[in-house]
Design a protein around this ligand. Structure first.
Ligand code: ZN
Ligand code: ZN
Length: 765
């Protein structure tokens, strides 16, 4: 940072602002792209990011209020990635800059004043801005000039809490009155330090403060000025043994990738064929050269098992995690560790692609078909697309792996834009034997066919585990009046509410609105409301009734509130303490348990009928993934209950006929001009008022058409199937544009919210 004579002008992206474009501010100090600042935006202080230097504008500009980072945390390549993302996905730049930083207070400075003399006007440590308001500038200056009070900066610094000791110290009273206690000089030093770091490992503190003994810590503890903090740690004892050697097929692919260790490699391997072993061998090479590896998983639920395997394979390497389930404090710490190269392997979800890892040598994206890699809310973007760009910018290899690759990626591989590797044989176990049950001819109960129940019984006898897959969580899908047919709907969304028996509530799965359950129909006042359809909770109840001797667990978003709970259940499954697991798609993703002998898919039909051009693709993947959980150790079985036993897609999924499915699907996409042949853009106009949503979407449509005269396929405004979410009415405009066509998005002065999704993937609406 250097002070210059002349004034500089910078384009600034405003944090979390849903608007496209940058705003110009001036600064006497020269700044670098990526540096964080505070600026005045419509009379409020906002976090902003320097985009680039610009010319002095015609209009009057405001000066940057404060510079937060002394240096920029972002590289030139990070800046290019931001440009790319905003261009491709038409995302607001401020929202993309935000993704590069952990949430919360990364090195955020808060200024405090604390009294050091009884003559001070302050009676306790106070935030500077509050003290200023209370006493005025003059009095405060007087106080500090006379050294009655001292300034203190608190920032969140690095916490080394990964260390073996679990004794972490923190201040007991958040902002306490320092001089009321007779602190020794060591005591004062410790307190000052703890105020600025939140908490620290005890041994680390002793080292940092150069203490000769623990006595001052003991005194502070005794006087309750500081205390021990309890931190939940990852279970570092879960360690899965390293596999001995690769199979010849794995070895072959490993060598092929290694011989072209750049660009994008798509590893298409059926479930259970050992993709992970190949990743690990490649990672070893990169790690030995001193580079970092980013390993992405679709869902945080996959990390405990993966970390356990990594501990076995890479003893001594430092593993780190990054996902939104981590407490903010730990996210900040892991972010800094990753940035400062203190982490060798970073395992993360979608958000980890933005981490500014300076020493990155390889990116691996496992289960690359998963829809969770597409950010399903504003800013909408495809993190695999971002990863491809990132790998290209950094000139490092990227490996995508899946049993059911995304249609667009497989096409790229067949067109030789990606390297394609096919892995076909399971090293252990076999692909399961699959049986389709025609529920129209079912002799069993409403939920289970007689055959399914019989197979569960046999499986229990053999001391093997059973997975039961249900598409919906909750007890029932909807509540209906038997007399007048009225369906209970969410007051905020145009969608029926589900019944949750354990909490006795009606709940909306779109906005989480819930009410205590009632029995009287709000329409005809009869007491004839009944719950129809079923979800995981009802299936769990039924199973417990039918098999009272079995240990049953349920895995869905309701039962697994956090990572720790999930880790616990996973461990119980692997220790065979659970016989039957009822779950949603959370159980279908990449988990590997050798003793699952039977998988039952209860409602496969629901998977097949989701809206969107990608619906077949996702249905195929999910059915294939669920079946793949079976027979990973020995021979396994799978049963699929359906009312559409002739469905082509179902048949292909069951036979793991990816190529057949791909050929059918790509033909369909071509005929209907969908991705990957064309770009599909979905624009949603949202407003609390239904009429305004329609009017605004008509205006947007008109201006869009004017700006993009050569696009012929523009459809809308359309009232979508779910036309109201969270009290907002929705109208959509759908566009099909040539791949190389540069779309011009209009800035229309309308009150409605405009959301743009480019090539959506997954249930966005
Ligand atoms: Zn009724
Ligand atoms: Zn709702």
């Amino acid at each position: 940072m250097s002070t210059t004579e002349e004034t500089n002008y910078y384009e600034i992206a405003i944090s979390n602002l849903p608007l496209n474009g940058y705003f110009t501010y001036s600064s006497k100090i020269s700044l670098k792209p990526g540096q964080r600042v505070h600026v005045d935006f419509s009379n409020k202080s906002y976090l902003g990011y320097v985009h680039e230097r610009t010319e002095k504008p015609e209009y009057k500009t405001k000066e940057i209020l404060e510079i937060i980072d002394k240096e920029s945390y972002l590289s030139k390549k990070d800046m290019s990635l931001i440009e790319y993302t905003c261009d491709k996905f038409h995302t607001p730049p401020g929202k993309i800059f935000d993704l590069f930083f952990p949430p919360g207070k990364l090195l955020k400075k808060i200024k405090y004043l604390y009294p050091v003399d009884s003559k001070s006007i302050l009676s306790e440590t106070t935030r500077y801005d509050i003290a200023l308001k209370k006493f005025g500038k003059e009095q405060i200056l007087n106080d500090t000039d006379k050294k009655y009070s001292k300034e203190l900066f608190s920032f969140i610094a690095k916490n080394n809490y990964k260390k073996k000791s679990e004794k972490f110290l923190e201040i007991n009273i958040p902002l306490y009155n320092t001089y009321n206690y007779n602190l020794t000089s060591n005591g004062e030093k410790i307190v000052d330090f703890l105020l600025s770091v939140e908490y620290i490992d005890e041994n680390e503190l002793i080292k940092k403060m150069a203490l000769k003994s623990r006595s001052s810590i003991k005194t502070l503890l005794k006087n309750k000025i500081i205390k021990y903090k309890e931190i939940e740690k990852d279970d570092e004892n879960w360690n899965i043994e390293r596999i001995k050697a690769l199979t010849p097929e794995q070895e072959n692919i490993y060598k092929n990738i290694f011989s072209n260790f750049l660009g994008i490699h798509l590893l298409h391997g059926l479930t259970g064929t050992g993709k992970t072993e190949i990743y690990f061998k490649l990672m070893e090479i990169v790690l030995n050269k001193g580079y970092q590896v980013l390993y992405m998983v679709p869902e945080v639920s996959l990390t405990p098992q993966l970390l356990a395997r990594m501990r076995g394979f890479f003893p001594g390497r430092i593993l780190g995690t990054y996902n939104s389930y981590l407490p903010n404090n730990q996210r900040v710490s892991n972010w800094l560790d990753a940035k400062e190269k203190n982490i060798n392997i970073l395992v993360g979800t979608r958000s980890s692609i933005w981490l500014p890892l300076d020493n990155l040598g390889l990116i691996i994206i496992d289960e690359e078909h998963d829809t969770s890699y597409y950010n399903q809310n504003n800013p909408f973007f495809d993190s695999i697309d971002i990863a491809i760009k990132k790998a290209e910018l950094l000139n490092i290899p990227l490996i995508l792996g899946s049993a059911t690759p995304r249609i667009d990626h497989y096409q790229k591989a067949l067109d030789k834009h990606f390297y394609l590797h096919e892995l076909k044989n399971r090293p252990k176990g076999k692909l399961p034997e699959v049986e389709i049950i025609d529920m129209k001819k079912n002799s069993g109960s409403f939920l289970f066919s007689a055959r399914s129940l019989n197979e569960i019984k046999n499986n229990l006898k053999k001391n093997l585990q059973t997975f039961i897959f249900v598409n919906r969580k909750g007890y029932s899908n909807y509540i209906v009046c038997q007399k007048c047919g009225h369906i209970i709907k969410c007051p905020n969304c145009s969608i029926s509410m589900s019944y949750h028996k354990s909490k006795n509530i009606f709940k909306c799965h779109y906005c989480n609105h819930s009410v205590f359950s009632f029995t009287e129909c709000p329409e005809c006042k009869s007491k004839s409301l009944i719950a129809r359809g079923y979800g995981t909770e009802k299936v769990e109840n039924e199973i417990r009734k039918i098999f009272p001797e079995a240990n049953v667990s349920r895995i869905d978003k309701e039962t697994i509130e956090n990572n720790k709970k999930f880790e616990k259940i996973l461990k119980e499954i692997s220790l065979k303490k659970i016989d039957i697991i009822v779950g949603t798609k959370m159980i279908s993703k990449g988990l590997d348990f050798p003793d699952v002998g039977l998988v039952i898919v209860l409602d496969s039909d629901k998977l097949i009928n989701i809206p969107g051009y990608y619906s077949n693709e996702i249905a195929f993947q999910q059915i294939n993934q669920v079946i793949g959980r079976s027979g990973r150790g020995k021979k396994g079985r799978a049963i699929i209950q359906t009312y559409n036993e002739e469905n082509e897609l179902l048949k292909n999924a069951i036979n793991s006929e990816y190529e057949t499915f791909y050929n059918n699907e790509i033909e369909l996409r071509k005929n209907f001009a969908y991705p990957p042949y064309m770009n599909f853009i979905q624009i949603s106009i949202k407003n609390k008022d239904e009429k305004s949503s329609l009017e605004d979407s008509k205006r947007y449509l008109m201006e869009f058409t004017n700006l993009n005269k050569s696009i012929s396929q523009i459809f809308g405004p359309i009232k979508p199937f779910v036309f109201k979410i969270n009290n907002e009415f929705i109208h959509t405009i759908n566009i099909k544009a040539e791949k190389n066509y540069q779309i011009n998005y209009p800035e229309v002065a309308i009150k409605s919210r405009v959301e743009i999704v480019v090539n959506p993937y997954g249930n966005i609406l």
